[in-house]
Design a protein around this ligand. Sequence first.
Ligand SMILES: [Mn+2]
Length: 355
Amino acid sequence: MNRIEKLIAKLPENCDGAIVFSMTNRGYLTEFMSSDGTLLVFRDGAFFITDSRYIEIARKKVKGAEVILQGKLADQVAEICKDHGVKELIVEQELTLAQFSMFREALADIRLLDGPELSDAIKGLRAVKEPGEIEMICAAQDITDRAFLEILNYIRPGVTEKQVAAELEYYMRRLGADGLAFGSIVASGENGSMPHAVPSDRKIRKGDLVTMDFGAKLGGYCSDMTRTIAVGQIKDEQLKIYNTVLEAHLTSMAAAKAGCSGKALDAIARGVIDAAGYGGCFGHSLGHSLGLDVHESPMCTPSRDYILPAGTIMTIEPGIYVEGKWGVRIENMILVTEDGYRNLTGSERALITLD
Ligand SMILES: [Mn+2]
């Protein structure tokens, strides 16, 4: 079964089909990425409408849908629906209000269902990676790991966070990345207490911890890793934080297995951090899935209980952030399996100290 056929099997019974408009959901289902396009999925077939910029390549690459050149989109969608006797269509929750209004106006005779069922069905498909997707994410991570080794030769007192980010990104591109999975984070010294700090002109100094969170994109797929390294001699408290985060990372990861609860894994990591006296210093979730997007469902979070299926890829990324002082985060990706997990990140996790 191709991905569109898998979606058809999961469509709620009360609808005749679905409109998939958002970029990554469309890209996932058709296995063709484009900034423009509309996918109509009916029980008896699917149609992918796109404009002249993509039509030639779409005709070669789109899987499981008939490719149609875009004219006046709203009229085309209405006509195709009429030809197929469609009365009720489910739309994604990812649509903007403006897009939803456009379809509602164009499809006056059709009932549009805007519940979560379509988005949840696609999330469920995307959560379980196919072998080819796992291979691509591993290849993206291999580039990311190699870029990390390279950057260790570049970091020294006096270079700025922005310079480190630029070099990291250059290494990833040179090693074959198509682009970045997300804007790289390089946070040194006191900037390390902000989990999503933007690289600044701050110069790295002796005694700094430097957190780098980055990932390559390859074939549409993201990788994601974080390492905190030390430059020069660090204080005992910095080392204690590092070792606590590492223990939280290792113990929560060790409990990962298909069918386990993401909330429970988060609680294991949070328990280690709280017990070391850093309660309240780990504000974000333990981890997230990723694929075509850098953040995907499911998650390991205290705010909702997700059950992790076999074949999902999760990040495990606990951190401790002490405002105005410093921060540490260690992030690997794992493939969740029936027996446990497979670690997909090759880089060293023991503290690396550069002189
Ligand atoms: Mn991450």
